[in-house]
Design a binder for this molecule. Structure first.
Ligand SMILES: Cc1cc2nc3c(=O)[nH]c(=O)nc-3n(C[C@H](O)[C@H](O)[C@H](O)COP(=O)(O)O)c2cc1C
Length: 263
């Protein structure tokens, strides 16, 4: 174990220490790394960095290739004695595919996302990160036992509100990278305190009280079009709204318009 990890464990024996690691496409390389880190509490295995060495099949080169990913996750999980999260790249069409493969290959959790397009982070990626996290959370809910796996949301977190939104979309934990580079390490304490205030305001005593609550409000474009069609049919049946432009009365313009809005 690295000197710094030993020191951290000695200073904070009651805290969780997680290493985020990467290695090239080498079974023995991964096994040696895992042996060296076996005293940590959990590991995040990085299949997501856009700056990795694709020629050595590292990082995003693995995260973008489900067959390689399955093989490497298999090596790691056969050796690891602590929980393992696989970190996903957003630079892929459907992020649920590598997330699913990682969970099926024995990982306990998924972290998402790394930077977009070789380096965009922070506010520039937040909406995309939220969409990717939402996709993974929905997939986990539909296909896995939620108590057996967890999701770590990353991308553009700067305030407690940003963190709460990731949790509302299903994240069990939230990570901050660029936010800390901008505001300093002290920002972590502020974020934790403000998230606790947010929870008090909403009468939440645990993260589980609101985790994933917003997933129910997401749907597909096809479903929205179907529901819109059904609503129009229902209005027609109830004879609400105008049947023809000839029916506008002039003075009744506002009421007649309101009878046709959707909310
Ligand atoms: C300068 C910089 C260095 C990074 N280095 C790593 C790294 O070594 N390993 C890794 O998994 N992610 C790395 N990341 C990605 C971040 O951990 C994070 O996934 C991404 O930046 C999105 O989160 P953020 O908006 O909070 O920064 C790095 C990001 C930046 C900006």
């Amino acid at each position: 174990m690295l000197k710094e990890f030993k020191q951290l464990k000695q200073e904070y024996p009651d805290r969780i220490l997680i290493a985020s690691i990467m290695e090239e496409y080498s079974k023995t390389g991964w096994e040696e790394l895992l042996t060296a880190l076996s005293k940590l509490d959990a590991l995040e295995i990085n299949f997501s960095c856009p700056h990795g060495m694709p020629e050595r099949r590292m990082d995003a080169a693995v995260g973008q290739d489900c067959a390689l990913l399955e093989e490497v996750c298999g090596w790691v999980n056969a050796k690891a004695t602590v929980p393992v999260w696989a970190k996903m790249t957003p630079n892929i069409t459907d992020i649920t595919e590598p997330a699913r493969v990682s969970l099926k290959s024995g990982c306990e959790g998924i972290s998402a996302i790394n930077t977009i397009m070789r380096g965009y982070s922070y506010k520039a990626v937040r909406p995309i990160a939220l969409a990717k996290v939402m996709n993974i959370a929905q997939m986990m809910k539909d296909e896995f036992n939620e108590n057996d796996c967890s999701l770590s949301g990353i991308g553009g977190v700067e305030t407690e509100y940003d963190a709460a939104v990731f949790i509302l979309l299903g994240s069990n934990t939230v990570q901050v990278c660029t936010g800390v580079m901008v505001h300093g390490y002290g920002h972590v304490k502020i974020l934790c305190a403000e998230l606790q205030d947010f929870m008090k305001q909403h009468n939440f005593s645990t993260i589980e009280d609101f985790r994933g609550h917003s997933l129910q409000y997401f749907t597909t474009h096809t479903d929205l079009v179907k529901r819109q069609k059904e609503a129009i049919e229902q209005r027609k049946a109830e004879r609400r709204g105008l049947k023809s432009d000839k029916d506008w009365t002039g003075d009744g313009f506002v009421k007649e318009t309101e009878s046709m809005v959707s909310n």
